[in-house]
Design a protein around this ligand. Structure first.
Ligand code: ZN
Length: 377
């Protein structure tokens, strides 16, 4: 008898029929208060030495059906090591096959980032020299929205803002935050030493703790997509954005990164504000320099594939990177990592994963250093 459960941190699935191991019929569950679906995270029990076939029957009706071709589910027996499993999309349903070697196996859309790991991340950061953790406000459900601050206190110094996981199902964004914070804690790294003497960092590892706990793909507990709430952020319906925005107005960013995952594109890329009316040649040169630096520092980053530029529409200002670019005229990017893999540097066993997201976060410290302090030779 196989038991399918998802009543845990970040869990999400609907069970239709789990009576046969070779035909486990499941369905994606929508966000708790909104009609988005793509994220899944569930546990199977009673599956030792069992050939499993798991179907997500409603995959085609998900928010990003383009996310399924070429995608492989991740699974884990130990909650530490996550591996990819054979997965096929027939245009309607997503099906994965795997032989379970143990009693329990977890499946997820991407390597999860737990509330417990989030707590440890903050706990370790606060103990580093010159590093503070501050609660900017509370989420709809009363979870803290925490920012990690480190670097020089001079208010005239450049302020670097990095926010992660506005979309809670994009867990790679918090893995990225972990890599960024770990590198900033490395006192033997001269890039870090010089950067922290010249600039101050404000890092929000998880903008959407309610959505993360509830297993949502895109929204908070009130069903609000936070990355569409930056113009009309409200203390009531989108307090997560409201409080971070207030803090940002008090410490105006020189560099802003909003870290995400993209369901369909198998590449790491950034999306900027080049469509905005104010965008100048100087902005273009500044943005190009950042992209060149990150390209040199991480072979996982590239600038060939990404979102197409288009005509600016005022409603785009509801997105964080556009709102920040418009308000502060600073370097402002949405950074996207894949749910699938980096097609330029594929990893058959793991695809894109938490460890690679962490390395990218660490490499980004170098690009920020070069942007703020680098000399053209
Ligand atoms: Zn996103």
């Amino acid at each position: 008898m196989i038991q399918v459960t998802s009543a845990f941190d970040g869990g999400a699935i609907t069970v239709q029929d789990a009576s046969r191991a070779d035909d486990i019929r499941l369905a994606l569950r929508a966000d708790v208060s909104a009609d988005f679906s793509q994220w899944f995270y569930f546990r199977l029990a009673g599956v030792r030495d069992t050939e499993l076939t798991v179907h997500l029957l409603n995959a085609r009706a998900s928010t990003y059906p383009g996310g399924w071709p070429g995608y492989r589910m991740v699974a884990s027996h130990d909650q530490q090591h996550w591996f990819r499993v054979d997965t096929a999309f027939d245009g309607t349903r997503l099906s994965a096959r795997h032989r379970s070697v143990a009693d329990l196996i977890w499946f997820a859309y991407f390597e999860p980032y737990s509330q417990q790991r989030h707590a440890v991340l903050l706990a370790q950061a606060q103990l580093r020299p010159g590093t503070r953790v501050r609660t900017l406000g509370l989420s709809c459900k009363g979870r803290p929205i925490d920012v990690v601050e480190t670097g020089v206190l001079d208010p005239a110094a450049p302020q670097v803002w990095v926010i992660c996981r506005q979309h809670p199902g994009e867990t790679m964004a918090e893995w990225f935050a972990e890599g960024l914070l770990d590198r900033l804690g490395d006192v033997a790294d001269p890039v870090v030493t010089q950067l922290l003497r010249a600039a101050r960092f404000h890092i929000v590892p998880n903008m959407n703790p309610d959505g993360s706990a509830m297993g949502n793909l895109r929204t908070n507990a009130r069903g609000v997509d936070l990355n569409r709430a930056w113009v009309n952020a409200s203390a009531d319906a989108s307090p997560e954005v409201f409080h971070v925005r207030e803090a940002m107005l008090a410490h105006a960013p020189s560099i802003f990164l909003d870290v995400h995952g993209d369901e369909a594109l198998p590449y790491v890329f950034v999306a900027g504000s080049e469509d905005q009316p104010h965008y100048t040649a100087a902005h273009r040169a500044r943005d190009l320099r950042f992209k060149q630096l990150l390209t040199a520092l991480s072979p996982d980053f590239q600038t060939v594939h990404g979102y197409p530029s288009g005509r600016f529409r005022p409603e785009m200002l509801a997105m964080a990177s556009h709102w920040v670019a418009d308000r502060f005229q600073c370097l402002s990017f949405t950074l996207e990592m894949p749910f699938k893999d980096n097609a330029n540097l594929p990893d058959a066993a793991g695809g894109w994963n938490g460890a690679r997201s962490r390395r990218l976060g660490a490499a980004t410290v170098g690009a920020i250093h070069g942007s703020l302090l680098g000399q053209d030779s």
